[in-house]
Write a protein that binds this ligand. Structure first.
Ligand SMILES: *Cc1c(COP(=O)(O)O)cnc(C)c1O
Length: 226
């Protein structure tokens, strides 16, 4: 099946209020253009340099999401155009995003990446650290970032029970925080980004409203090109 057919099929299978981020990392601009031509506008990349290069070559109304781990010294390369940063996992990074956003006179939307997987390799912050960040005085002074929600990645396993447990725990943390941060001007918890090609249905049934899907749209990735 073609990219546009894959997208069509996927969009029919997910609820309308769930946002689909088409993860185009390692894929050529021609693939993204094909998805764009079929009407899709939201794309996710996990390397800042790669995203910036693609941004230069593709239509301006694309919404670019940074879904990968972000190094502080590279924020400047995406600050002018990035639409949503999923992987914010420290106050230090958030301060840099704020600084760069200020230079471009814009507010950058961010998600805090929360560690939900049992695996030790995944990035992200603990729930306690996220709460401290949101309550900190330093965060209060950051005028050019807005926390729009949370992102989480489940353990890479065939054990659906495990994956479901992890999604459920992030959803309940999300709901709890939503109740407690209602009045904060820089926090608007609306987005829960969970679910990839292998587990998006499970993520959606456990409260996700943003899924990040790559291989089911563009096919398997060939990393030897990068
Ligand atoms: C690559 C990637 C995805 C998409 O993975 P697929 O299995 O190809 O759908 C989603 N989220 C993140 C953070 C990724 O790096």
């Amino acid at each position: 099946m073609s990219i546009s057919q894959n997208l069509q099929k996927l969009k029919l299978s997910i609820p309308q209020d769930v946002e689909l981020v088409a993860v185009s990392k390692t894929k050529p601009v021609s693939d993204i253009q094909e998805a764009y031509d079929s009407g899709h506008r939201v794309f996710g990349e996990n390397k800042i340099q790669e995203m910036a290069e693609k941004y230069e070559q593709l239509p301006e109304d694309i919404k670019w999401h940074m879904i990968g781990h972000v190094q502080t010294n590279k924020v400047k390369y995406m600050a002018s155009f990035v639409s949503l940063i999923h992987g914010v996992d420290s106050l230090k990074l958030l301060r840099e995003v704020n600084k760069q956003a200020l230079k471009h006179d814009r507010v950058i939307d961010c998600l805090l990446q929360i560690r939900i997987a049992e695996e030790e390799t995944k990035f992200g912050m603990s729930e306690d650290d996220a709460v401290s960040l949101l309550n900190s005085d330093v965060f209060n002074e950051l005028t050019n970032v807005r926390i729009k929600g949370f992102m989480g990645m489940a353990t890479f396993t065939h054990d659906k029970g495990q994956v479901e447990k992890e999604f459920k725990s992030l959803k309940s943390f999300f709901d709890r925080c939503k109740n407690e941060t209602g009045n904060h001007s820089s926090v608007r918890l609306e987005i829960l980004s969970m679910g990839m090609s292998g587990d998006y249905d499970l993520a959606i049934s456990n409260g996700s409203n943003m899924v990040r899907i790559g291989s089911s749209i563009f096919g398997e990735r060939n990393y030897s090109n990068f």
